[in-house]
Design a protein around this ligand. Structure first.
Ligand SMILES: Nc1nc2c(ncn2[C@@H]2O[C@H](COP(=O)(O)OP(=O)(O)OP(=O)(O)O)[C@@H](O)[C@H]2O)c(=O)[nH]1
Length: 338
């Protein structure tokens, strides 16, 4: 099989966005001499669009950044790259910058009408027409495949991540180094990762009184409030029905409590068309101990307690455990089969 086809076959065999990205970098690298290829990520920070290299090639190997985007020392302001900024504003498929011996081609990865990333290809000589056609062909296969992957990971109604992607996100988030954490800091309230289960109160009544279409509208609006309330590095899922899960990164207990409480208040204050006010109950816990299912179980216990004790409130599992308000779960390792 021709090498380029072989690479395409290998590329579309991946079921993970980052591996797929690494694979397209190595594929593009075959298409020219002395080329450098990077995947750039766009994100918001301090009210401006920032850009940083997320992965790049070095001597034929792909290297991925270990930093979280907002604290990456390699980040910069997108406005400093005028050709790329213009391309994103105009929804173009490509941008080009040429100087004497550096020629750079940018290819934004559009998912629906948003670009969160782009490929950057740099080489010392100008891109020939033929080379550009081949690069664009490979890139379009990659972009279509990214779109397909993204579609299979999203909940169709709200566009949030669906339940089947949870374990992978959980593993990725909990294995990353925690930013803002000073190893010498032995204080109790150090940043860590948190998991919250959020459930709309008396949602059945919304459906019963106003009908399923209004119920669906409430789910979409709550999903939008979730998206705007949590940071880009956090992860929000719809677990099914009127239940949502948030993975909150690098926050102290106080910050996590405030973030979940703020969200509860945001929903309480929001006016939903026709329906008026609704509320949510929230249970949360640290992700430090246990498998995803155990962490979920603890947050669920806290949520259940909130539901049983008046709803429209945030409950923290570990505090409830220390007060004897919940019983500890039996972990998998402690289950006696006989
Ligand atoms: N409109 C709409 N309703 C859904 C969807 N998925 C689940 N539901 C409804 O969500 C409701 C969930 O109701 P319950 O689990 O009884 O809970 P609740 O009424 O919210 O009460 P509490 O959670 O105890 O406060 C049911 O009526 C489901 O039919 C959906 O995608 N759209």
């Amino acid at each position: 099989m021709a090498p380029i086809l072989q690479h395409l076959v290998e590329m579309t065999g991946h079921r993970d966005h980052l591996r797929l990205e690494a694979s397209v970098l190595t594929t593009v690298l075959q298409l020219g001499k002395n080329m450098e290829v990077r995947a750039l990520e766009f994100f918001f920070s301090d009210s401006q669009v920032m850009v940083r290299p997320r992965s790049w090639t070095h001597r034929g190997e792909v290297i991925s950044s270990e930093c979280e985007a907002p604290s990456d020392p390699a980040r910069g302001v997108l406005a400093n790259m005028p050709e790329l900024t213009e391309c994103l504003r105009e929804h173009c498929v490509a941008a080009l910058r040429s100087s004497n011996n550096t020629h750079t081609l940018w290819l934004p990865v559009w998912i629906e009408d948003k670009a969160y990333a782009c490929l950057e290809i740099t080489q010392p000589r100008a891109f020939s027409r033929r080379q550009r056609d081949i690069i664009m062909g490979v890139f379009q296969v990659y972009q279509n495949y990214q779109n397909l992957l993204d579609y299979s990971e999203r909940d169709a109604l709200t566009g949030l991540f669906n339940r089947k992607t949870f374990e992978e996100h959980f593993a990725r988030i909990t294995s990353q180094p925690i930013t803002g954490f000073d190893q010498l800091d032995t204080g109790a309230d150090v940043p860590q990762q948190w998991l919250a289960v959020i459930d709309i109160d008396h949602f059945k009544q919304v459906n019963d009184v106003y009908g399923h279409l209004y119920g669906d509208e409430v789910l979409i609006l709550v999903a939008n409030l979730l998206r705007s309330s949590f940071r880009a590095q956090d992860r929000v899922f719809r677990f099914g029905g009127e239940e949502f899960v948030v993975l909150l990164r690098s926050a102290t207990l106080e910050q996590a409590s405030q973030a979940f409480e703020r969200f509860r208040q945001t929903v309480e204050k929001h006016m939903f068309p026709q329906i008026g006010g609704i509320t949510v109950s929230i249970g949360f816990t640290s992700t430090m101990d246990g498998a995803p299912v155990e962490v979920l179980g603890r947050a669920d216990q806290a949520l259940y307690y909130a539901k049983e004790n008046g709803r429209n409130q945030v409950r923290y599992y570990d505090l409830m455990l220390s007060r004897g308000e919940v019983k500890p779960q039996i972990s998998h390792g402690e289950i006696e089969l006989f």
